[in-house]
Design a protein around this ligand. Sequence first.
Ligand SMILES: [Zn+2]
Length: 467
Amino acid sequence: MATTSDSRDSGGVAHYATGEDLSYAALLERGLDMGVLISEYVTRAGVQGVRTLARALSLVPSEQHAHESVEAINAYECLKSTASAKQAEQACTLEDVVTADRNAKGIREKHPSWGIGADVALARHESPRTGVQFLNYSRILTEDLSYATQGLKDGTITEDEAQLIVREVRNLRSENRRLIDQMLFCETHNAFGSGGAILREMIRGWAAILEPGAETDLEEKAMKARYIDLYQIDAHRMKITGLLPLEYGVALCQVLARESGHAQAAGDTRNRGQIAADFLLESLTGIREPNGIPLQVSLIMTDRTLLEGNQEPALIPGYGFISAKKAKNLFTGNPQNPLDTWIRRLYTAPGTGDLVAMDSKARLFKGSLKRFITLRDQHCRTPYCNGRIEHLDHVVQVRRGGPTTAENSSSRCKWCNATKEAPDWEECTISGDRHTIRVTTSSGHIYSSTAPPLPGAHSQSKHPQDE
Ligand SMILES: [Zn+2]
């Protein structure tokens, strides 16, 4: 029996009937608009439709000719842009829906958006603290930059370009953001044909004319936002990164250049970068020779590595794995290169690599329990965060009867420790080989966070996942 559909006007499938040829070729023959059909399907199927679309795309074979290959790469770039625009719109809708609901119920009236960014970030496999930034970006994009939003949807600009635009206009008044948005998409400016640096300069030039006062605000913000950070990038190197107000940065550059210049003029054979690095270390620590650096190291290794010559790597918590050979050198000391090294050696349980647990009756995580939790977790335990440990947290809060034990503990950055107080956010531990926390976000999505593997662990860390 034929069923009628009002999709005839929109170009979708006109009607269905038993025995009718519904093959792709036959539908095409009838003048079916495939774009309208797919859009209609995804609209009706919702999130499942989007996932089906992604699965369908993953099955598309690669193009075999050079020209088509480049076309395909560009088409996939458009797809990423479109998805990015839809994600931004969806993030704003989520915030609107949740805040309206909380306002109606009188929950967290001062901060009705609390925790929403974390939900967005975890869905994007990112650190919770970046979720708020993404929400702010999404707001400015969708509310003030209608041309950029459309450009992203059409795939004429990329997510990187959209983020650059938002970054450059975020301190401007709404009407000026809109004006710049409009000018950027005026063809005569060719704003997206010359790369990020030109695009940035173009926006900054217009912003300086439209709103000269914003410059002073930015200077103040730059001063407030100054920081220096150090982090490990591989087994042998650390990177210094940071943000400095322009005058600090210029002063630093000049001093380093001067020191390098003087040293080389006096016959120093080190290159300029090496001289600058050594000068920085000496200025900050007073240490001239790298061998004279006093180290305080916690070394986690299996007894097999130390006693049986096993090649299993050891771990310096917070810094990463080192080779068995280096671990043994650190432990036994190298008479040729005597480091003033204080080693705290911890063994891991065979098979699981879990440290041996210990409990405390105290309310605060202190002493050996604190050290134990920090060593076990190494970073903030919220999925995707990996932030520096700033708090030791009760997984189940004390006010809910959570005990002060290694089992009920987790290391957190400041941000995540606050985020877990968002409405309906719940956490508990679940049993397993390694310490595992189950996180239920405000929206009801569930993630798990397993403590990182330590030497001696045979099983791999389970990735947090949507359930
Ligand atoms: Zn964190």
